[in-house]
Design a protein around this ligand. Structure first.
Ligand code: PEP
Length: 237
């Protein structure tokens, strides 16, 4: 498993959220295409985290390991029932996930909405994930969700991805200065967190986000599985 550089020293965390895409061949193609830019990947202070669908997790992790690429692997969620201590058929326990993953995305707006997650659910998932040793990337749509995290968990240590719903998958990214203001507010509430921006990031708008003081990187959806788009983001950051 890739040994991740310390987060506090990094200005440049790039999360590739493949969502439901990235079956076998496509996943391996991505890893090979990333290998062609080894220099880009090894740049100091860049942390790259790829989050494939669960089924492709081991395949991607093994391919990255074989090529000695400095890319961490994350999962896109953990099961909501796990933190309640229940043993559910079909549920994904974080203890298994740590064989291949170092990170986990929790509370993405799509999973909050589709699974009717409460703030308590999100906080519960964070607890079990962190207890298992995973670094958590908690997605928030607005400052209030960060405030709830503070109420429920105290000084949350991990990553927050600020993702305004109007920007997710729409091609309509937030204004970088506006996103920075929100990131600043989140850091005031949760001072031990690292804040990313997510929502229609591409090779053209990445610079604007990376120039912001309170934004330490990005979470990328649609432009992450096509390695040429993702590499453009890394290059122009
Ligand atoms: C996402 O899925 O969290 C996301 C930010 O997607 P996109 O980059 O496509 O807006």
């Amino acid at each position: 498993m890739y040994n991740i550089p310390h987060m506090s020293s990094s200005k440049g965390i790039f999360v590739a959220n493949w969502k439901q895409s990235g079956k076998g061949k496509e996943a391996l193609k991505w890893v090979s295409e990333m290998e062609q830019e080894r220099n880009l990947l090894t740049e100091v202070n860049k942390i790259i985290i790829v989050c494939p669908p669960l089924k492709a997790l081991d395949l991607v992790e093994q391919a990255i390991l074989k090529k000695h690429l400095p890319i961490a692997v994350g999962v896109q969620d953990i099961d909501v029932n796990v933190f309640k201590g229940e043993k559910n058929t079909g549920a994904q326990s974080p203890d298994f996930l740590t064989d291949s993953a170092t990170h986990v995305i929790i509370g993405h707006s799509e999973t909050r909405r589709n699974n009717k997650l409460t703030d308590q659910d999100v906080a519960g998932k964070v607890k079990v994930a962190q207890n298992a040793g995973l670094i958590t990337i908690v997605c928030v749509e607005q400052v209030n969700q960060a405030r709830k995290l503070k109420e429920l968990l105290g000084d949350y240590q991990g990553i927050i991805a600020y993702e305004p719903p109007f920007a997710i998958g729409t091609g309509n990214a937030a204004n970088p200065q506006d996103a920075n203001m929100v990131a600043m507010e989140i850091k005031e509430i949760l001072p031990s967190t690292t804040v990313l921006y997510g929502g229609s990031v591409d090779g053209k708008n990445i610079k604007g986000f990376m120039q912001q003081d309170s934004i330490s990187g990005v979470l990328v959806g649609n432009k992450s599985l096509d390695a040429s788009f993702f590499k453009a983001i890394l290059k122009n950051a």
